[in-house]
Ligand binder design. Structure first.
Ligand code: SF4
Length: 397
């Protein structure tokens, strides 16, 4: 199905590609002010840290926070003059790194399902220490690590260039491997971080200006040590909101939280970060109440993803989240709708249906990326719900 319904096609604005992510020390200017990204140590916030971040977001920002795909938290809408006070507050909470370079390198995803005795927290802390050393590899801005040492791997769908996982053969061993490659090195807990650093230095030694490990996979063989094992733990499906062994997984509607909601969650327990727009509230036995939270797997809002959109993103042609909220009940179970503020498509690489904002309405794309050729052009937001059921049920072309 490829039906043009508007007389004058409007391409979505050409997005700018940024090669770096914001931090606390190096914030990014966005449509609603500065974005300050906080990278919790070992993927965990104490109750006091979460409450402190909520207070800073309320006092100095616009009261909204993002949960990012790299399991970090972003304060939004800060006036540039407020940055120093926010930095001071984060420093008091133990959430500021020694330098902007170290902060940028400390891209570490940690499984939220870690157990106290499974080595995850020890490895994550040792990795952060190694990345802060004076001789740490000068890795590109988006290069990252995953510490995914549970009985099943849960982070394989999330961005990382070097992965540390549990070895299936011996529960005391781990596998260090390069993303995109089918082999790895079996190591002890103490050897895991040094082995990861060897891989990081090897990546840099290849040169060529590459920014991600997987780009090397078709061309270059790994060092011999990392070719010794093909035996990996199984991968788990993407977790859903609801009760889990360590507490309760709570989703943030379209990845955004109000500061008051974060403050309420902080009173329920320490928080573990995830890359799935969810927080794991440690020890929680019941669903928390705020309506902006997604606490059950059947919630229709899980069938829609939306990027920041306007006014938060300078590149957005329209707001995305109000439309995502309105359309969620019209998306059938098992389908996925992506609402994007521009053709960059930050929130999802390829969904069954993608809506891309333009200055004159939303373009609709079936089974493509936000940059694909639209099937329908310049739809008025209030008409889109009527298109969804027939489109989702039309045969794929
Ligand atoms: S996809 Fe959304 S968040 Fe990404 S640049 Fe475009 S408008 Fe901004």
């Amino acid at each position: 199905m490829r039906t043009a319904v508007a007389p004058s096609p409007q391409p979505a604005a050409t997005p700018q590609i940024k090669g770096w992510c914001p931090g606390a020390l190096r914030p990014m200017l966005s449509g609603d002010g500065l974005v300050v990204r906080v990278r919790p140590h070992a993927g965990r916030l104490t109750s006091a840290q979460a409450a402190g971040i909520a207070a800073l977001a309320s006092e100095y920002g616009n009261g909204m926070l993002d949960l990012t795909g790299r399991a970090n938290l972003q304060l939004r809408g800060l006036h540039p003059e407020a940055h120093a006070a926010v930095l001071q507050g984060l420093q008091a909470l133990g959430l500021v790194d020694g330098s902007a370079d170290f902060e940028a390198r400390r891209n570490i995803l940690v499984t939220p399902f870690w157990q106290p005795d499974d080595g995850t927290q020890h490895i994550a802390a040792a990795l952060a220490e190694s990345l802060s050393a004076p001789d740490a590899p000068a890795l590109p801005g988006k290069f990252g690590f995953a510490v995914d040492c549970g009985p099943q791997a849960v982070l394989r769908g999330s961005p990382a260039d070097i992965r540390i996982e549990r070895s299936p053969g011996d529960s005391n061993d781990y596998i260090v491997r390069a993303n995109g490659y089918a082999t790895g090195a079996v190591v002890s807990a103490d050897e895991a971080v040094p082995a990861a650093m060897v891989l990081a230095h090897w990546f840099l030694a290849q040169g060529g200006g590459l920014t991600r490990m997987a780009a090397l996979a078709p061309q270059l063989a790994l060092p011999e040590r990392f070719q010794t094992s093909t035996d990996f733990v199984p991968s788990a499906p993407k977790p859903q909101p609801g009760p889990v062994a360590a507490g309760w997984l709570v989703g943030a509607e379209f990845g955004q939280l109000q500061a008051d909601t974060l403050a309420a969650l902080s009173r329920l327990g320490p928080l573990r970060m995830t890359p799935w727009q969810m927080l794991l509230v440690e020890g929680l036995q019941h669903a928390p109440a705020p309506p902006e939270l997604v606490t059950q797997a059947h919630d229709a809002r899980l069938r829609v993803v939306a990027c920041t959109g306007a006014p938060g993103c300078l590149q957005a042609a329209a707001a995305t989240r109000p439309l995502a909220r309105a359309l969620a009940p019209h998306v059938a179970a098992g389908q996925l709708l992506h609402v994007s503020g521009c053709s960059k498509g930050c929130a999802h690489p390829r969904a069954a249906l993608t809506l891309v904002a333009t200055p004159v309405g939303f373009n609709l794309i079936r089974h493509g990326t936000a940059a694909s050729t639209p099937d329908l052009l310049a739809l008025a937001p209030e008409t889109i719900a009527s298109y969804l059921p027939p489109i989702f049920h039309a045969p794929r072309i």
